[in-house]
Structures are given as structure tokens and as C-alpha cells.
Design a protein around this ligand. Structure first.
Ligand code: KG4
Ligand code: ZN
Length: 340
């Protein structure tokens, strides 16, 4: 007898993207993301505005996801949602909506840890994509997170390193703000960096023990550097923008690669899976490829739409939990600081 297809709706609303995805088993049928442009003029996510935008986006986004998947909500077997970590007001919108829909349809509710979503996004079925074998190391790098996780199985994971202050994406975005670039600055710095000399300017790397990261000092170093240099040459930033971006990028990649090499050394694990918006960075991708040749690593980078914040990654965790019958109680609360 053929196995029954399982349809899961995933909902993600932890930060500034409202997203809904429909899965049939581990296949993605739709993955709709509504970005919130409202934050650009503030140079970063404004939590109050994010909650309001989620509130107005959530129903149209879910409706579009169901239509694109060509199923009706009555066909859904479960509703998976991001419980945390994230912005409380944003999480509450997705959590409340997911509860109401699951209650109305009388189907199980499944809570998902957003960070597990980034990691298990590698298990979405994609033609030609090789899934990482257990155990592997997952490095999640985005505007909200910087973590290295040892992944022993789907639900046995240990955070072995994380940022003690800013996330790596914040380091990009805040540096970009100092340079007068728009938000988010990561993609722009990446583009300009490719035209510049990475060794033109030197920024010291933070000294943080073990596998933890720190990025707040880099932002301050760049601020003082720019203030000092513009005193001598008011056009310093414009005159040297490509070189400044290349030097910032070189420093950031150096910090990430040093920790990754140490993590491989400590764990003996050479399978490395990357997630989060910063994994789009051309320099980081090149450094990982270099690690394959130089250190015998195997690296795994999912399709870009599954690497930034999206509901497909929440849906895949929902599917894996559904198979385990790991369902949530309806009094479950959104949690801003949720550990893996
Ligand atoms: O995963 P994401 O879409 O959202 C969260 O922050 O959770 O990541 C967004 C972050 C921003 O900080 C953005 O500047 C950064 O990813 N980013 C990049 C690149 N593309 C996006 N940073 C460096 N290089 C890129 N190519
Ligand atoms: Zn994220």
C-alpha cells in the first residue's frame, strides 16, 4: 500500500519576514515570503513595525502559499510555527495564528525552534542536493545569529560556539551604515569588496576564547578608523570604498574561518553545513571551497531561498516532528530566547 502523503503548513514570523510554506512530505510545494521594506529607512529592524506588518501580512501570505501549493486548508495534516528565538511581538503573531488555524482545523500544532529550522533546511528534498550525513557541523550566520552547532541527529544538537554580542550580519549592516551604505549593507559590501584590495586596511580580530564570536569591537574599530581618516581627507570613504569593503570582508571571513577550523579540530567532524542570509556571501563561499581542497572538508549550502528566513525550513522540521508524533499543547507560549 502506498504511504499517505503528509501535508504540513509552516509559518515563520520571528523577525521581519512573514512567511508561509506548504510541504508534501519533505517536498516544498510553496514557500511565500513577504519582506518588510518599512525598516530600510531606519537602518535596521524596528520591532514594533515588524509586529504590525506581520499582522497585516499573515493571512494573505498563508492564503497565497495554499493557492500556490494547489491544496485546500482542509487537506493539511498539521500546522508548524516558529516558537522562538526572535522578536516577541513578531513571534506572537505567527504563534497565535498557527494555534487558531490548528484548533479550527482540528489538526496537530507543532512548535519549531527557528535555529533548528536553519539547520534542518538542509533536509528539504531538492534535485541534485546532497544532504549532510550525521554528525555534521552547522554554521548559522545571519543578521540575527552566529552559531556553530554540532548536529548528531535531527533532534540532538549542541551549540558549541556563538556570538557573545552582535551577529555577523549586524557587523556587515552596522559597518555599512558607517560607510553611508543602505540597509541591509551585507550584499553591497560583498559586491564592492570584490573590486577592492582585502589587505589595504587592517582591522584587528577580536580575542574570544574557544568557539565563541564577538563582532561589536569590529564595528567600533571601523567607526574610529573612518572618523580618523576623514579628518585628513573628507572624501576618504568615497575615495577608498572598495578597499574598505574588501578589508572589512577579509576580516570577517578570517574570524569565521578561524573558528570553523578550530571547531573541526575539536570535534574531528569535516562535514560543514551553512545557513543564514550571510551564507550568500561570495567570500565566505570561496573560503569554504578552499577548505574543501585544503583541509578535506565537505560543505553543504542550500538553495538561497531556504537559507534566509523562510517558512519552508519551519515546515521541514514540522514534517520530521510529525513523523515522531511530537506535537505541542495549545497553551504553548512564544519564547524570545529559546535555546536549541
Ligand atoms: O537570514 P537573513 O535573511 O535574516 C536574518 O537576519 O535572520 O539574513 C540577513 C542578513 C543581513 O544582515 C544581510 O546584510 C546579510 O544577511 N547578507 C549578507 C549577504 N547577503 C545577505 N551579508 C554578507 N554578504 C552577503 N552577500
Ligand atoms: Zn534566521
Amino acid at each position: 500500500m502506498a504511504k499517505e502523503n503528509i501535508y504540513i503548513l509552516g509559518i515563520e514570523s520571528s523577525c521581519d519576514d512573514t512567511s508561509a510554506a506548504v510541504l508534501c512530505n519533505d517536498n516544498i510545494l510553496s514557500n511565500v515570503v513577504a519582506n518588510q521594506d518599512v525598516h530600510a529607512e531606519y537602518g535596521g529592524v524596528v520591532p514594533e513595525l515588524a509586529s504590525r506588518a506581520h499582522q497585516s501580512n499573515i493571512v494573505p501570505v498563508v492564503d497565497r502559499a495554499l493557492k500556490q501549493a494547489q491544496i485546500t486548508k482542509e487537506q493539511l495534516h498539521a500546522i508548524a510555527f516558529t516558537r522562538g528565538p526572535g522578536l516577541m511581538g513578531s513571534l506572537l503573531v505567527g504563534t497565535s495564528f498557527a494555534k487558531s488555524l490548528a484548533y479550527g482545523l482540528d489538526v496537530p500544532l507543532i512548535d519549531v525552534n527557528h535555529m533548528q529550522g536553519h539547520i534542518l533546511a538542509h533536509f528539504i528534498k531538492e534535485d541534485g542536493y546532497k544532504k549532510p550525513p550525521f554528525p555534521f557541523l552547522a554554521m548559522t550566520i545571519s543578521g540575527g545569529h552566529t552559531q556553530i552547532v554540532e548536529v548528531k541527529s535531527y533532534f540532538d544538537m549542541e551549540v558549541i560556539g556563538e556570538t557573545i554580542d552582535d551577529a555577523v550580519g549586524e557587523a556587515y549592516d552596522k559597518s555599512g551604515k558607517i560607510l553611508g551604505l543602505g540597509y541591509p549593507a551585507g550584499p553591497q559590501i560583498d559586491k564592492l569588496a570584490q573590486l577592492g584590495n582585502p589587505k589595504a586596511f587592517k582591522f584587528t580580530k577580536p580575542k574570544v576564547d574557544g568557539l565563541d564570536f564577538s563582532f561589536s569591537g569590529l564595528k567600533t574599530a571601523i567607526l574610529y578608523f573612518v572618523q580618523r581618516e576623514t579628518k585628513n581627507n573628507p572624501n576618504f570613504v568615497e575615495d577608498n570604498l572598495n578597499d574598505i569593503c574588501a578589508s572589512i570582508q577579509y576580516t570577517i571571513i578570517g574570524i569565521l574561518m578561524d573558528k570553523l577550523k578550530l571547531a573541526v579540530k575539536q570535534t574531528g567532524i569535516k562535514h560543514i553545513a551553512i545557513g543564514g542570509g550571510v551564507s550568500a556571501n561570495s567570500g565566505i563561499r570561496a573560503a569554504l571551497k578552499n577548505g574543501e581542497h585544503k583541509f578535506g572538508w565537505t560543505t553543504y549550502i542550500p538553495k538561497f531561498e531556504y537559507t534566509t528566513d523562510n517558512a519552508a525550513m519551519i515546515g521541514i522540521v514540522g514534517y520530521l516532528k510529525y513523523l515522531e508524533k511530537d506535537f505541542s499543547d495549545f497553551d504553548i507560549m512564544a519564547t524570545a530566547r529559546l535555546k536549541i
